[in-house]
Design a protein around this ligand. Structure first.
Ligand code: PMP
Length: 459
């Protein structure tokens, strides 16, 4: 083909291509012009946002201070500094009073000097530090387990572990009061989710009877001490069901490590059961271990699998070395000084006993680390918390959606460092103020919803 013919054909082809592109562009432009403009809501328009604002307005309307997000000005344990004032503090998880312990502080400071602030990478790729192994061996030791792995948050631990162990062909059955982090993990896994009535193993048996045959893997999740109610999972009955049906049992020990058992090793020690009866031990480093992070302990295979597959481990930075060091020091103190656990138990039992004597409704609490005082009405719970705050007692209300409507409460975290006087005063003031609020019928009933709606419409 001579050059002029070749040029001619090339030019024609270019021309045809341009026609096609122009046509395509025009059709896209036309389609865009015809399609109704999609309206993405602004965040201010979201129903969820309006609900939050509504709650804030309700408080303001009643002249109530917002008890949430009050900033503490120092290390909080049995006492806290807020707004330049000292409070008896029942709102921190520092169960064994270690947040300010010289050994914990020194070990964290030493790790800071040695390793710097950050692990600076995922542990898989350059973020592994010698201190991680030390911590994981200590955690495995608590549970007589072959291995353990830690994550950068307790919440993330549940999300990452659950979502990597079960999938769409599997079934997860959990106690109805299980923590939000476990629920998030189950949702992410795509597994079928069923719950059983709180701490009711007969109900769990019923669910298993109906569904066990339909799934490949079955995971049952409970908490050692329940975070909102302070009662204890019926581990012996769960183990019996496990033998009968064959499922993996996962126990979240966030509120039971350092709390239950003669030496604070948790719910298995409390019941005198071998730790190996439970397949997956989960816990957080933010409570007794006085740091930040979470862990799973169990068989070598389980931990190897999580270290290879759990997104929240593989694709997230390694635990900060200073936090690992603080947790190691806390676990060493837990082991060396079981009297802290005993003191915590005496304090919690004392709180429960005094509260019951004063007619306070402590719900299901068995007097270990968490003692709620049920108030029912959310506004009354907020007011009670605020009035206690004015009296120098810091305890936070738990209201909907953290608990079902009608089950609002104050949640008291008891620590080994509280004094009898602090406990007695907190119970006394709670009983007196709540008694008065009840007499005044203070709460949602005395609250003009119409007026609030008008306020909301103006905002
Ligand atoms: N599990 C339970 C039972 C909890 O109460 C919490 C929160 N305190 C978590 C997991 C999450 O732990 P963290 O706050 O350490 O992320």
């Amino acid at each position: 083909m001579d050059e002029s013919k070749r040029q001619f054909i090339l030019n024609r082809m270019k021309g045809m291509q341009k026609d096609v592109e122009d046509g395509r562009r025009t059709r896209t432009e036309q389609a865009a012009a015809q399609a109704p403009v999609r309206k993405q809501p602004r965040f201010e328009e979201l129903a969820e946002y309006k609900q939050v604002v509504m709650q804030q307005l309700a408080g303001r309307h009643l002249g109530m201070e917002n008890p949430f997000y009050r900033a503490h000005e120092g290390a909080s344990g049995a006492t806290a500094q807020i707004g330049g004032r000292s409070f008896d503090n029942f709102a921190s998880y520092d169960y064994l009073g270690l947040n300010h312990h010289p050994k914990v502080l020194a070990r964290a400071a030493e790790a800071l000097q040695t390793f710097g602030v950050s692990a600076s990478a995922s542990r898989v790729v350059a973020g592994e530090r010698t201190i991680h192994t030390v911590l994981e061996e200590k955690i495995a030791d608590v549970y007589d387990a072959q291995a353990a792995v830690c994550f950068v948050s307790g919440y993330l631990t549940n999300v990452a572990a659950i979502s990597s162990l079960v999938g769409p062909k599997d079934l997860v059955i959990h106690d109805e009061f299980i923590h939000n982090s476990a629920l998030a993990g189950i949702r992410l896994s795509g597994a079928t989710r069923r719950f059983f009535k709180h701490n009711d193993t007969a109900d769990l048996d019923r669910v298993l009877k109906t569904l066990a045959g339909d799934y490949e893997r079955i995971l049952v999740i409970v908490e050692g001490v329940y975070s909102m109610d302070g009662d204890i999972a019926d581990l012996p009955a769960l183990i019996r069901l496990k033998e009968q049906y064959g499922f993996w049992l996962m126990v979240d020990e966030a509120h039971s490590l350092g709390v239950l058992g003669e030496t604070g090793r948790g719910v298995f020690e409390h019941f005198g059961i071998a730790a190996g009866e439970v397949d997956i031990w989960m816990g957080t480093l933010s409570k007794t271990s006085c740091s930040c992070g979470g862990y799973i302990a169990g068989s070598e295979a389980l931990i190897t699998l999580l270290k290879a597959q759990a997104g929240g481990f593989v694709y997230s930075v390694g635990l900060a070395p200073a936090l690992a060091a603080a947790a190691i020091a806390s676990l060493e103190i837990l082991k060396a000084e079981p009297e802290r656990t005993h003191q915590l138990r005496r304090n919690s039992h004392l709180f429960l006993e005094l509260a019951r004597e004063r007619g306070l409704d402590t719900g299901l609490s068995q007097g270990y680390s968490v003692v709620p005082v049920l108030v029912a009405d959310s506004l009354r719970a907020v007011q009670l918390s605020n009035e206690l705050h004015a009296d120098g007692i810091n305890v936070l209300p738990i209201i909907h959606p953290a608990v079902p409507e009608g089950l609002a409460r104050l949640r008291f975290f008891i620590t080994s460092a509280h004094t009898e006087e602090q406990i007695a005063r907190a119970v006394d003031r709670t009983a007196v103020i709540l008694g008065r609020l009840k007499q005044e019928n203070f709460g949602l009933a005395s609250f003009d919803a119409g007026q609030l709606m008008a306020l909301f419409a103006k905002s």
